[in-house]
Design a protein around this ligand. Structure first.
Ligand code: NAP
Ligand code: G3H
Length: 478
């Protein structure tokens, strides 16, 4: 029987009194890799109650004291690096070398977060600057923790995207309720084990496991939660934003990032960047390139080069670091296959792919995709890339902006002036020039607009979102 992983409340590992567990199946091993607790509402209440008490003392520590705990967390994560990477691989099917990189990136993230918070200072303002003001008033502004942060993460970066919420929350004096994706919860448990070994005071972080569809609404509507940091699908994000009430939200959601390719692009670089952008981890990245908008005059050349690049991709198990790996589950593969079928039925040209073995979808490139096809607009979260041929820069911009999403976009051209002028007109949080969309380096602001989210992540922005300004005004009465 596979291992039964416990949840974590008030510094203790517990089995749920519900007696219920959730089986976690590996996407590629056809076997269960463990079971996590399906905790009850009462246990959610307990986690939030203890967090509330623990947060007060935690916030009273200096930022340097809190940083010491997080530095110890780094040491423990490094000691567990290969174990955690293996768990990520087994649980979410990420290529092993990428899983190792995920842990290393996470460690760098925590280190930078400590340094950033240590160097963030408040400001003072003089009353005399305002019309009619005088020197008798001085405002001192500094940031204080928001209280209890609910961190909800997705399956595809079960460690990195969880820590991207937890580390900024902790360093700034908040307590955390961490709800990992169910498929990804074992990786979350291991990461919290490292934090436990680092000696984090009881109750400062509590790990609650259970299906979002069962405990999610209870968590997001809970009056004890002071801020929600969510990463996941757009539908889930919209659902949360409708129910959360007057609680600050940061949401990083789905995407349909376009790669716009102009006539003068360096085609070799462009095809390499698009291939890696679209197909890494089988396209299961929010920032994956999910459509190509290419000028008709260079479309044939680009398609030929993309086909060559795609033929060189390796397909199979994540254990051997294949680039194309089985999708997270059968439903996801079914959905991706449906998008491919719909496009082919409506006249798209199959350049390569459309082969499937269970939840393993071979990398697929579709040319001559039109706006009637679902793949032109929907996020596949799988290894299929549509090519949409456009006649002008204006058409490229208009198709790019017609999407409900607005995460990132790429523009490939040697004309930097043109790149900047197009970038200014694209509705997205970030625009990359001559590179694939991506979140890192992790101190860059990471922003979703429209259906891709609200608020900003990126280390400093995350710290700011999990704190609020507090103003103390000195009145000088002479
Ligand atoms: P998801 O199905 O939306 O799940 C995300 C998280 O929300 C999981 O922890 C899930 O728990 C939880 N959840 C589900 N229903 C909930 C509810 N009613 N209340 C509270 N929490 C609830 O997304 P996913 O399949 O894990 O991830 C893929 C999606 O995330 C893609 O659309 C991708 O683009 C997006 N994503 C965006 C970013 C970004 O930074 N913009 C990064 C990564 C992924 P369960 O697992 O228990 O259902
Ligand atoms: O899946 C969404 C992640 O935020 C993407 O991160 O661009 O580093 O792969 P990445």
């Amino acid at each position: 029987m596979s291992k039964n992983y416990k949840f974590y409340v008030n510094g203790e590992w517990k089995e749920s009194e519900s007696g219920e567990t959730i089986d976690i199946f590996s996407p590629y091993m056809s076997q269960e890799v463990g079971r996590v607790q399906a905790i009850s509402r009462q246990e959610v209440d307990e986690a939030i109650d203890v967090a509330k008490i623990a947060q007060k003392e935690w916030a009273n520590l200096t930022v340097r004291n809190r940083g010491e705990y997080l530095y110890r967390w780094i040491d423990e994560l490094l000691a567990m690096k290969l174990d955690i990477a293996k768990t990520i691989m087994e649980e979410v099917g990420k290529p092993y070398s990428d899983a190792v990189k995920e842990v290393e990136r996470t460690v760098d993230f925590i280190r930078y977060t400590i340094e950033e918070a240590t160097h963030m200072q408040g400001e003072s303002m003089l009353g005399e600057s305002f019309p009619g003001g005088n020197r008798s008033k001085i405002a001192i502004s500094h940031r204080v923790p928001i209280g209890i942060v609910l961190a909800i993460s997705p399956f595809n970066y079960p460690v990195n995207l969880s820590v991207a919420k937890i580390a900024p929350a902790l360093i700034s004096g908040n307590a955390v309720i961490f709800k990992p994706a169910t498929q990804g919860a074992i990786s979350g448990v291991k990461m919290v084990e490292a934090l436990h070994r680092a000696g984090l005071p009881k109750g400062v972080l509590n790990l609650v496991t259970g299906r979002g569809s069962v405990i999610g609404d209870y968590l997001i509507e809970h009056p004890g939660i002071n801020m929600i940091s969510f990463t996941g699908g757009t539908n889930t994000g919209m659902h949360i934003s409708k129910r959360a009430g007057m609680v600050p939200l940061v949401m990083e959601l789905g995407g349909k990032d376009p790669a716009i390719v102009l006539e003068d692009a360096d085609m070799k670089l462009t095809s390499k960047q698009i291939t890696s952008g679209a197909y890494s981890y089988s396209g299961q990245r929010c920032t994956a390139i999910k459509r190509v908008l290419v000028k008709e005059s260079v479309a044939d050349e680009l398609v030929t080069l993309l086909k060559q690049e795609i033929e060189a991709l390796t397909v199979g198990s994540p254990v051997e670091n294949n680039q194309i790996v089985p999708l997270i589950d059968d439903n996801s593969a079914e959905y991706v296959q449906g998008l491919i079928d719909d496009a082919l039925e409506k006249g798209a040209t199959l350049v390569i792919g459309n082969k499937r073995e269970g939840n393993l979808i071979y990398p697929t490139l579709l040319d001559n995709v039109t706006s009637e096809m679902k793949i032109a607009w929907e996020e596949p979260f799988g290894p299929v890339l549509p090519i949409i041929r456009v006649q002008s820069d204006d058409e490229a911009i208009s198709v790019a902006n017609e999407s409900e999403f607005g995460l990132q976009a790429s523009i490939f051209t040697k004309n930097v002036d043109k790149a900047f002028s197009i970038a200014a007109r694209i509705e997205a949080g970030s625009v990359q020039i001559n590179g694939r969309p991506e979140r890192g380096p992790d101190h860059f602001p990471f922003i979703g607009t429209k259906g891709s989210g609200m608020g900003a992540q990126g280390i400093r922005r995350s710290i700011e979102s999990m704190t609020r300004e507090k103003i103390t005004v000195l009145n000088i009465n002479e």
